[in-house]
Design a binder for this molecule. Structure first.
Ligand code: FES
Length: 155
């Protein structure tokens, strides 16, 4: 009887872990990655449905507090996708984002949050496959990490 109860409990916890579907926010530059995301969709590339995309004019516009706030508000991971270095429409916005990203990773690590919860990638408008790969990789990674400890109230 006891072993049956224990087995049910193990099965239940395994099931809930397996059922975890991460919530991912993708912040995409209007000029390249957003179009890349669109291309991935029109090319019918397979992508998990865990991602909500917000279009920004340039990754340089992304304040690090946007990312922290997203994690705090319930995102399990945040993907930032922008123009390749040298292709930014605002010249150095993506380079500024890259510098902020490194600082943000350090900040998360210091706070005890796995820095792999955030990811920065470059994907042009012609790279729908790169965008889709980035999304798939992010979802796989966050599934392994589990729900974000930063979620407000653990929800
Ligand atoms: S315009 Fe795309 S990252 Fe700056």
């Amino acid at each position: 009887m006891k072993s049956s109860t224990k087995m049910k409990s193990t099965t239940k916890s395994k099931t809930s872990k397996e059922q975890f579907e991460p919530r991912i926010l993708a912040l995409c530059c209007n000029w390249c990655s957003y179009a890349g995301a669109d291309l991935a969709g029109t090319s019918r590339l397979q992508m998990p449905p865990n991602v909500r995309i917000i279009r920004v004019n340039c990754t340089g516009r992304i304040d690090p507090t946007f990312i922290l706030d997203a994690l705090y508000q319930g995102a399990d991971g945040v993907l930032i996708s922008g123009c390749h270095p040298g292709d930014c429409h605002y010249t150095t916005g993506n380079l500024k984002m890259r510098a902020r990203f490194a600082l943000l990773q350090n900040l998360l690590e210091e706070a005890g949050v796995d820095p792999r919860r955030i990811h920065l990638q470059w994907a042009s408008a012609a790279e729908g496959d790169v965008f889709a790969d980035g999304i798939r990789g992010m979802v796989e990674r966050i599934k392994k990490l589990g729900p974000s400890p930063m979620r407000r109230g653990g929800k």
